[in-house]
Design a protein around this ligand. Structure first.
Ligand code: PEP
Ligand code: MN
Length: 363
């Protein structure tokens, strides 16, 4: 990708003084539902109405979308409200139908981005279009695969591009439906600072209560916009009911979010500083999370030692760990003194955890 400045011209053309907001239901359900939500969103900062027409479900038997019929409802919503419209396309036939129904923005879903064959098919179907194409991250945490999809569109002459961060699937259950892995979009931003980057907090969260915090982190990291699933009656939505919010809640979220405008040198400096600090926060959260995991394993070792009547402190093992970490630290630009001090503290906490497990059993 060469002329990367051009990548964001579609976003600049919107002339917004706030991040781009794309909102609307996970799925178009009925004409009445689409129109109702569209009219409610018209009263908010929303520029683009979203709705899934063809729904990729992980398991069969869930609502798989109303199909092409829903495009007519979106078109009607656009006529009545002036909102732009967007839907997910997952093959060349979807593209054809979406173009026939004046869909302004097409998005490529997370389950599609994983497949270079399908991405290529969609890119070929869109050859040279001036439509905007937004590419969600693949379900697996693979930055080159995500960028590869962007490149396929770029090489097909699609120049109005952007990406949507919707989190990454993990086997392990966490507080998120899809782990944010903020480092991946941060790396992407560092390589392609002009490529518009949006957050989809709905699919990361999988629930309503952490959507605001996710949006704030994204804005602090200089994201360009948000795509948020919004429904007039979230509880009764036909898909993703737990994560949808009402247009009223969306409105409140956009009011409460701190938005940093880039103007002037001093502000520019503050923005940059804030972005870097948020990057540090992301890593600090990860460090503490990993420490927690490490100590849980130490608890298990404590149990095992207790069952086998083995002493907590195994000097040989500890020296091995320390030696390995000093070398590892050296390769990562960390001084021996720092690694020693850090590992002494970690080791002490580990011993405390094991003691607790063993003493607990003496009661
Ligand atoms: C969606 O936006 O409704 C959707 C299916 O998203 P994703 O591709 O991120 O799972
Ligand atoms: Mn959804």
């Amino acid at each position: 990708m060469k002329n990367t400045k051009q990548l964001r011209s579609w976003l600049d053309d919107f002339g917004l003084d706030h991040p781009l907001v794309i909102a609307g239901p996970c799925s178009a359900e009925t004409e009445e539902q689409v129109l109702k939500i569209a009219h409610q969103l018209k009263e908010t900062d929303t520029t683009v109405l979203r709705a899934g027409i063809w729904k990729p479900r992980t398991r069969p038997g869930n609502f798989e979308g109303v199909g092409a019929l829903g495009l007519k409802w979106l078109q009607k919503a656009k006529e009545e409200t002036g909102l732009l419209i967007t839907t997910e396309v997952a093959n060349a036939n979807h593209v054809d139908l979406a173009l026939k129904h004046d869909v302004d923005i097409l998005w490529v879903g997370a389950r599609t981005t994983v497949s270079p064959f399908i991405v290529q098919e969609i890119a070929d179907a869109l050859k040279g279009t001036d439509k905007i194409v937004l590419i969600k991250n693949p379900v697996n945490p693979d930055l080159p695969l995500w960028l590869g999809a962007v490149e396929r569109f770029y090489e097909a002459g699609v120049k109005n591009l952007g990406v949507i961060h919707r989190g990454f699937s993990t086997y392990e259950k966490t507080r998120y439906r899809n782990n944010p892995e903020w480092q991946i979009p941060i790396d992407l931003q560092n390589s392609f600072p002009d490529l518009p980057l949006l957050l989809d907090p709905s699919h990361i969260a999988g629930r309503r209560d952490i959507i605001f915090d996710l949006c704030q982190t994204a804005l602090d990291l200089n994201y360009d916009g948000l795509m948020i699933e919004t429904h007039h009656d979230p509880e009764n939505a036909w898909s993703d009911a737990k994560q949808q919010i009402t247009p009223k809640t969306l409105d409140q979220i956009t009011i409460d979010l701190r938005i940093r405008k880039e103007e002037g040198d001093a502000v520019e400096f503050k923005n940059r500083l804030n972005t870097l600090r948020t990057q540090i926060d992301v890593i600090d959260n990860k460090i503490v999370e990993m420490m927690g995991k490490r100590m849980k394993i130490a608890d298990n070792i404590g149990l095992l030692k207790k069952e086998n009547n083995v002493a907590i402190l195994q000097v040989k093992r500890w020296n091995e760990v320390l030696g390995r970490m000093i070398l590892e630290g050296e390769q990562n630009g960390l001084s021996e003194e720092f690694v020693l001090r850090m590992y002494k503290a970690i080791h002490q906490e580990s011993i405390n955890h094991q003691k607790k497990v063993i003493d607990g059993s003496l009661d």
